[in-house]
Design a protein around this ligand. Structure first.
Ligand SMILES: Nc1nc2c(c(=O)[nH]1)N=C([C@H](O)[C@H](O)COP(=O)(O)OP(=O)(O)OP(=O)(O)O)CN2
Ligand SMILES: [Zn+2]
Length: 118
């Protein structure tokens, strides 16, 4: 079984490595939607895989770093594609939440990344 919790953050970014003339070389913003999945067994006493609040507390410092920021300024995110942001989140969240099974990051309503750490 998997549980999930959704988060969102509003951030500015630009993509420095795209060719001249590409619209994403200009600074612009997104309301990112983040969906975090955790897999495991249902605890016989608590009746849950993991407390949603524990998940929220684990990701809060990462959301704080991203929300209302220029993502390019964050060390490790100088080229803040959706793929790189997703890997950055995974690498910081997985040590705190070892049962992490999947991250989905939506940059726009029609574009996103699904990552399971491999
Ligand atoms: N594989 C990726 N491709 C692109 C990324 C990315 O992170 N990974 N990022 C961008 C830009 O950040 C851009 O803001 C999003 O691109 P796009 O889907 O073209 O955005 P639009 O809102 O303009 O989409 P429309 O459907 O055309 O309105 C680009 N590519
Ligand atoms: Zn963008």
């Amino acid at each position: 079984m998997e549980i999930y919790k959704e988060f969102s953050f509003d951030s500015a970014h630009f993509l420095p490595n795209v060719p001249e003339g590409h619209k994403c070389k200009n600074m612009h913003g997104h309301t990112y939607k983040l969906k975090v999945f955790v897999a495991g067994e249902v605890h016989p006493h608590y009746g849950w895989i993991m407390d949603f609040k524990e998940l929220k507390d684990a990701i809060a410092p990462l959301i704080d770093q991203l929300d209302h920021k220029l993502i390019n300024d964050i060390p490790g995110l100088e080229n803040p594609t959706a793929e790189n942001i997703t890997i950055w989140i995974w690498n910081r969240l997985n040590p705190l939440v070892p049962q992490l099974s999947r991250i989905e990051l939506y940059e726009t309503p029609t574009t996103g990344v699904i990552y399971n750490g491999k």
